[in-house]
Design a protein around this ligand. Structure first.
Ligand SMILES: Cc1cc2nc3c(=O)[nH]c(=O)nc-3n(C[C@H](O)[C@H](O)[C@H](O)COP(=O)(O)OP(=O)(O)OC[C@H]3O[C@@H](n4cnc5c(N)ncnc54)[C@H](O)[C@@H]3O)c2cc1C
Length: 390
């Protein structure tokens, strides 16, 4: 008889619903609590690459649906101040084998789980107290409840991690850049190609499948309120002051954006992923804001965590140890691919911008781009996927 069946998962983006999917199949009773009032729609494009990613989507029986919803990504075109093309990067290098909007993927997994998983939206955990038999949990809104296990799948700024392991500063490594994105559907002249314009330390990309913008700028850590988008917009406006090309129009549009996103480009590093009956999954445990293959990582690791719990008949001590042994190096390898995201999108010097553009031009050669593609796929494929029951 499987023990520890009642599992509370914090976060309903990718990692949380993916874990709920597998736990339900293995006979556990997952409950997912999400701070947002509804499943968060929209967001940037995320990609899957290599046999491990695709095998997990296949095991979940969602690969066909993900393919049916995939984006029609265009090229990344580097432009100068007047919009003239300087270099272009083939779409498949940035879009992997299957690219899908984060919101679409989240909806697909939620749809597969919503009928037999309890989702609680608009709430957040306020305290976790472990007892010999379980974890007593209090919430901002709901009544206190007791669960057997608790999983933090609540992203880079995880609430469960803070409550269990301590303040975020100990674990968050700032990589010297900030990223901001929002949709601009009404903007004229947008197509599926992403156009990026750079000045030293600043990059602004416009267009692409989301008809939106992606802004990346170099900066030391900034002091701001993560729940105050207006304050964050002021920081972005200041960082992009005086920049050419379409940037003034982008900044004008920012103030009306319904889906403004802003964060530091950072990585999460912890010595261990679990403490007692609490464990971390996805960005909460080994996140990297962008370029770190985070979505594939979250989906693969959710499968491993559920598979190990099932294999250990719910014994969390055995399962959490095995989960950590299996995913630790894999997650670190994927995280490393994010080291260059900032310098790649916003080189700090004019020389750096020219060198990056030269590299883009070189990648127009099919042989070189195939080699580069193999390198990025290597990290995503660096895990021997155990044969858990499907
Ligand atoms: C700009 C950008 C570009 C990216 N590009 C790519 C890419 O090209 N390819 C790729 O694979 N990955 C990419 N990623 C990363 C990817 O989106 C994440 O790594 C992936 O979604 C992992 O998801 P997660 O579920 O662990 O965390 P998240 O997606 O961050 O979800 C966390 C969830 O927890 C919720 N939450 C937060 N606090 C609480 C709380 N207190 N209580 C309850 N719920 C809470 C949040 O609302 C959210 O729904 C990118 C990320 C960014 C920011």
């Amino acid at each position: 008889m499987t023990s520890n069946r009642n599992v509370l998962i914090s976060g309903a983006s990718i990692a949380g619903p993916a874990l709920a999917f597998w736990l339900r199949r293995y006979g556990f009773n997952p409950t997912v609590v999400e701070r947002a009032p509804v499943l968060r729609p929209g967001g940037f494009a995320v990609d899957f690459r290599g046999p491990v990613h695709l095998e997990v989507l296949r095991r979940m029986d969602i690969l066909a649906e993900v393919r049916a919803n995939q984006t029609d990504a265009g090229e990344m075109i580097v432009v100068d101040r007047d919009g003239r093309q300087q270099a272009r990067l083939p779409a498949y290098l940035t879009a992997g084998e299957v690219e899908i909007l984060r919101g679409d993927l989240s909806r697909i997994i939620h749809d597969r789980t919503k009928d037999d998983v309890e989702y609680v939206f608009g709430d957040s955990i306020t305290s976790l107290t472990e007892t010999p038999d379980g974890v007593e949990v209090t919430f901002e809104r709901g009544a206190p409840r007791t669960f057997d296990l608790v999983v933090g799948a609540d992203g880079l700024h995880s609430n469960v991690r803070r409550l269990t392991f301590g303040a975020e500063e100990q674990f968050l490594r700032h990589l010297g850049y900030y990223v901001c994105g929002f949709s601009m559907p009404g903007h004229p002249g947008l197509d599926k190609h992403n156009r990026i314009y750079n000045e030293p330390g600043r990059g602004a990309a416009l267009g692409g499948v989301e008809a939106g913008t992606l802004m990346v700028f170099a900066s030391d850590p900034l002091d701001y309120d993560r729940r105050d988008p207006q304050q964050q917009m002021k920081l972005v406006e200041r960082a992009y002051a005086g920049m050419g090309w379409q940037v003034p129009k982008i900044i004008d549009a920012m103030w009306e954006a319904p889906d403004f996103y802003f964060d530091s480009i950072s990585q999460i590093h912890l010595d261990r992923l679990s403490q007692g009956r609490v464990v971390l999954l996805g960005d909460a445990g080994y996140g990297a804001t962008c370029g770190g293959l985070g979505t594939g990582l979250a989906v693969v690791c959710a499968h491993v965590l559920a598979g190990e719990l099932q294999a250990a008949d719910g014994d969390h001590r055995v399962a959490f140890r095995r989960y950590e042994q299996i995913v630790r190096d894999y997650a670190t390898g994927c995280q490393k691919t994010s080291d260059n995201a900032g310098p790649f999108l916003a080189p700090r010097t004019a020389f750096g911008i020219r060198r990056r553009n030269l590299m883009y031009k070189a990648l127009a050669s099919p042989r070189l781009s195939a080699f580069f593609n193999k390198l990025t796929t290597k990290a995503a494929s660096g895990l021997q996927l155990p044969a858990y029951p499907r």
